[in-house]
Design a protein around this ligand. Structure first.
Ligand code: SAH
Length: 258
């Protein structure tokens, strides 16, 4: 897949493919990231691409012409592509969007700066995506997050032992907890089931913990899911066990030891 990022800070964006899975995706030929400096399309000698807002007020606005020219050049370079603007006003970036976008042959990603782009550029954009309900000073970090997340879903980008299918959100649930050596650490043990070698029991425990983590931390995710009979049973068990554990905690709190 090709991703071309339009930005005032190409060196910043390119950092995302210098590490980890995005780097491996590039090395394996699964991902080609290019960045295009919007200043190269400035109409002015000083390479500026911002100007004061009509109507007054603070901040500067990205001029439409350099952006339109950069977009046209990007389309020529990567061919048919979905054009995305990173924006706090966009749809929240979700795993569903990441998986959908990973299927595309090419993406063009526009990073805003200042107060954002002149509104008339919006006509050339297919989709606005947001990293969340907060305001960044530029779209680069959001674009890098998108590139990183999408690269995990390119077939072959993750090793055998790391499957994106097991991560949080893949099945609509949060991930189960993970443990590594040592078996005893500062008075805390690894759950016995993980040492049992019984793969069925381990799978059952992990599903129960994934359901439980989702129930505790993100109950909103459970509302959108249809659980099968075994999952319903596992979640019941988790809730019952959590209630017992909580009961003990409250009991202790009612009888504090001096
Ligand atoms: N005045 C704009 C914010 C501009 S911030 C507004 O309030 O809507 C400058 C640029 O940072 C934006 O054009 C966008 O590209 C990027 N940006 C800021 N917050 C973002 C977010 N939550 N998600 C994605 N991009 C964001």
């Amino acid at each position: 897949m090709k991703i071309e990022v339009l930005t005032l800070f190409p060196e910043l964006v390119e950092q995302v493919v210098r590490y980890g899975i995005p780097r491996r995706a590039v090395e394996a030929g699964l991902l080609a990231l290019s960045s295009r400096d919007i200043r190269d399309y400035s109409e002015r000698g000083d390479r500026r691409v911002d100007d004061r807002p009509y109507g007054g007020g603070p901040g500067m606005v990205m001029e439409p012409e350099p952006l339109a020219r950069a977009l046209a050049a990007a389309r020529l370079a990567v061919g048919p592509a979905r054009t995305i603007a990173m924006s706090p006003q966009g749809e929240p970036l979700s795993q569903a969007w990441v998986r959908r976008l990973a299927q595309e042959p090419a993406l063009i990603v526009l990073c805003g700066r200042y107060e954002g782009a002149d509104e008339r550029v919006a006509g050339g954009i297919d989709l606005e995506l947001s990293l969340g309900d907060f305001v960044l000073s530029g779209g680069e970090i959001a674009a890098m997050a998108l590139v990183d997340a999408v690269s995990r879903w390119l077939p072959g980008a993750l090793g055998h032992d790391q499957s994106a299918q097991c991560d949080s959100f893949a099945a609509g649930l949060l991930d189960h907890p993970h443990y590594t050596r040592p078996e005893h650490w500062r008075g805390r043990r690894v759950p016995e089931v993980l040492l049992s070698g019984d793969h069925r029991r381990i799978a059952r425990w992990r599903m129960k913990q994934a359901l439980g983590a989702t129930w505790l931390k993100r109950p909103d995710l459970l509302e959108g899911l249809v659980l099968n009979d075994e999952q319903v049973e596992l979640l019941r068990e988790f809730i019952a066990e959590a209630a017992i554990a909580n009961g003990e905690v409250e009991h202790e709190q009612h009888h504090p030891t001096a």
